[in-house]
Design a binder for this molecule. Sequence first.
Ligand code: TYD
Ligand code: MG
Length: 454
Amino acid sequence: MARNSPNFVCQTCGNVTSKWSGRCEVCGEWNSIVEEAPVSAGPAGKTLGGGRGRSAKLTDLSHPEAPPPRTSCGMDELDRVLGGGLVPGSAILVGGDPGIGKSTLLLQAAAAFADAGLKVIYASGEEASAQVRMRAQRLGLQQAPVKLANETNLRDILATLEEERPALTIIDSIQTMWADNVSSAPGSVGQVRAAAHELTTFAKARGCSVIMVGHVTKDGQLAGPRVVEHMVDTVLYFEGERGHQFRILRSVKNRFGPADEIGVFEMTGAGLHEVTNPSALFLSERGAPAPGSVVFSGIEGTRPVLVEFQALVAPTPQAQPRRTVVGWDGGRLAMILAVLEARCGIPFAGLDVYLNVAGGMKVSEPAADLAVAAALLSAREDVALPPETVVFGEISLSGALRPVGQTENRLKEAQKLGFTTAILPRGGTAKGAGMSLTEMPDLATVVGEVFGAG
Ligand code: TYD
Ligand code: MG
């Protein structure tokens, strides 16, 4: 593309084209393409000099340049999601719905990192400094040595950072920042991308970590282009149901640690509290054994977490029965219903199916297949599983059960919480860990032996 030809940027996916069109050819969104001024690539024909762009041997980059160690903030749930503390010079994006508690989390994190000895600046474009102070007071953090900046102009923020050289900067939020060399409005893809790029570059160049807050759109994507997710080192999502007090911080990308790690918090009147034993929390609302309720022993990141699946199956007057899922994948539910019907002779036609993960947790592991199938069968046959039972295993389209990873950890966690029996696929290598194991070859056997159906 010629350097000064205009750019047409899709505001949904960030795709850049040289021609306007009514529909983005990459993401298919209508009326999302907007003209943006091209970003200057610096003086033509000149390099920036000073040996930039030169290569070096990998072995030359060893000890003298080894980065300073990670800093833990003392909030274990946050440290673990970051991969064991904050890496100097890293760029982190925290996404979440409005009002879910991002500003609260990051103000608490700012105070914790400041207490751990880092120089921290909290730059808010959303709230005035007085509002941030009020929140700090509510959180009991008014004495924390955090500096506040109330600024949305990127150039001014970078000037402040250059002068103050903090070890950690929090930008709340990236959508309120604007660069004066980009002509589009604040919050547009062009602005978000430019601001994220400048801040990420600054973080790398100066060894100052930057945490950026990003809003998500109604379908759960970070507003602004995907390219921001590619730019940063770590992408975290702060999730939770508005009506529940539980909040989950989940890493979906992390260059410095395992992805899919979660930290669990509880929103209280005085801010977020860490939940050190999430299994106990997610099972706390479980009543007497009921049909449709099954406890799944899952793995989230590096640790096992027990959650309860609840299913309800009811006859429907409608020609098209309902399939409603909260906290799990709808496509995967359809697959399990199909396997139950085709391989085990358990039809769900004419029945509404509701599936819910208790406590506002989201599960994405295929290892939950068997727990889902058991919940559906338990609800349909009106048979409750014995109360001290956990279930896990993957189901293949043939109806066979496949062993899943970290079986031993799953069993240990279940035993720790007082469970005595596990229903799981045959063929795993796990030893009992003190639990009684019901190992099953396929779903049809589960249907017959556990539920007496089929
Ligand atoms: P906030 O951090 O402002 O959310 P976000 O930055 O993601 O938009 O949190 C807003 C909600 O959290 C608000 O509804 C009030 C609630 N809250 C508490 O319950 N306890 C608290 O101590 C604080 C500070 C907020
Ligand atoms: Mg906020």
